[in-house]
Each structure stands twice: as C-alpha cells, then as structure tokens.
Design a protein around this ligand. Structure first.
Ligand SMILES: [Zn+2]
Length: 239
C-alpha cells in the first residue's frame, strides 16, 4: 500500500520515493507519494519522477488501484521507464494542483451555502461544478456567489479529524454527497472541517488551509438538469 503523504500535508510538492512495482499497463507504484489519485471528483495529479542520474519520467495522471490502496502513476506514452527499486524524486505539477485545492475547497463552501443534497460534482483547474437535488428550493446565481465569497473573505480555517466507520454509520447525515461514499481506510473515516460550523463532511481530497486562499469566485451558470436537479458551475473571479 502506497503511503499517501498528501493526506497529512496537501502542500507537499515533492518527495523521495522508491519504485516498488511497475504493473502490466506500465503504471508506476511507489512506496510513498505526493501525487493525489483521481477520486471524489478531483482529477489525479500530473508531474514528473526524477532519477538520480537526471532522467525524468512524465506522469500524465494518477489513479487508485481497484484491487488495493496502491496509487498508480500513469506515465505519458513512449518513455523508457526506470526499473523496480530505483529511487526517484516524485514532483507534482503544483500550479495545477493548487488550483484543484482552491476549487475543491470552494466546493465545500458551496455545500454549506446550498441547503440541498449533492448528487455529483467535478473539480477542474479553471471551473468546477456540483449537482444538487433541489427539491422545493430555488437557487440564485448572485446569492450563491455572494454567500461563498463572504465565507472566503471570512478566512475560515480548515482541518481534518477522524471518526470510525461505526460512528459514521450512526450519523449518515454527515455524508453530503449521495453519489460518493467516503473512502474507508482501516475502519477510519477522515472528516474535513471548515471553520467552526461552515462545513463538516467525510472527504479524502486535498484542501487549502484557510478559505482566503481560494480567492474570489463567481457562479458562472446554473444549469437545469431535470425537474429536481441543478448544476452549479463556478470559476475564479477574473475581476
Ligand atoms: Zn474535500
């Protein structure tokens, strides 16, 4: 099982690691990594693996193994791969990841602003979205923009805490995203908390430390996805 360093410190840009396996699809598995694997609506990281003799392997995405908790670094095609046992420096494309962290954290704020169940979502570097089952509610672009920016400006702290799977099962309301079940690792669930009472939900993604880091956002559009479903899209405010 790959040690996932980004879970404890999402600001790590690189780490030393050893190649422990190269799978049948040329996916590279390391003993530890800072690369976040695709999941929870957040794209997997891109970046490079550097060897001591100066070779670089470009990583085009990162995914999680379906069989176990290994994290698979997917190399761009047509590269010579180092052998198992090689020591590397694993370095993510930080500029993109930091945008994912800001966008992903903004999604938590949107959850707190929109009082409806989440049915899906996607984080991107330039735009992100959440889908809501709105029931009888109506959503307003300007109102959501204003409320989210107020939470961003309030500079709330974010943090993590852990509960057991039994505790989660006893408090099913904690799961905001109906379509995504939180990762259950070793009977433990990680909760991400924003502010004292802004948002609290299970999440395995990468987040910024303070909401002010997100910067101003803008709800670009709300799409109608059926009678009860609306898709709320955000971008970083270009102004
Ligand atoms: Zn999250």
């Amino acid at each position: 099982m790959t040690k996932d360093l980004f879970r404890e410190d999402s600001y790590l840009k690189s780490c030393e690691a050893t190649i422990t396996e190269i799978n049948e699809l040329n996916g590279i598995i390391l003993d530890q990594t800072v690369f976040y694997p695709t999941g929870g609506g957040q794209p997997g990281d891109t970046g490079i693996l550097k060897t001591v003799d100066g070779k670089e392997v470009k990583i085009s995405t990162t995914v999680k193994s379906k069989e176990n908790n290994d994290i698979i670094h997917v190399p761009a095609e047509g590269q010579d791969l180092p052998s198992i046992g090689t020591k590397v420096i694993a370095e993510i494309n930080w500029e993109t990841r930091y945008k994912y962290m800001r966008m992903h954290s903004a999604m938590h704020l949107m959850c707190s602003v929109v009082p409806c169940g989440v049915t899906g979502g996607q984080v991107g570097a330039e735009k992100s979205r959440l889908d809501f089952d709105i029931g009888e509610h109506t959503l307003d672009k300007e109102e959501i923009t204003k409320a989210m920016n107020a939470l961003i400006e309030a500079d709330h702290e974010t943090g993590t805490m852990h509960i057991t799977t039994d505790e989660l099962d006893a408090n099913p309301d904690l799961v905001r995203t109906m379509s995504v079940q939180p990762p259950r690792i070793g009977g433990q669930i990680r909760l991400v908390k924003v502010g004292e009472d802004v948002d609290l939900q299970p999440c395995g993604g990468t987040h910024i430390k303070r909401t002010s880091e997100i910067g101003r956002i803008l709800v670009s559009k709300i799409e109608n996805k059926g009678k009860r479903n609306r898709r709320v899209n955000i971008v970083f405010d270009p102004a």
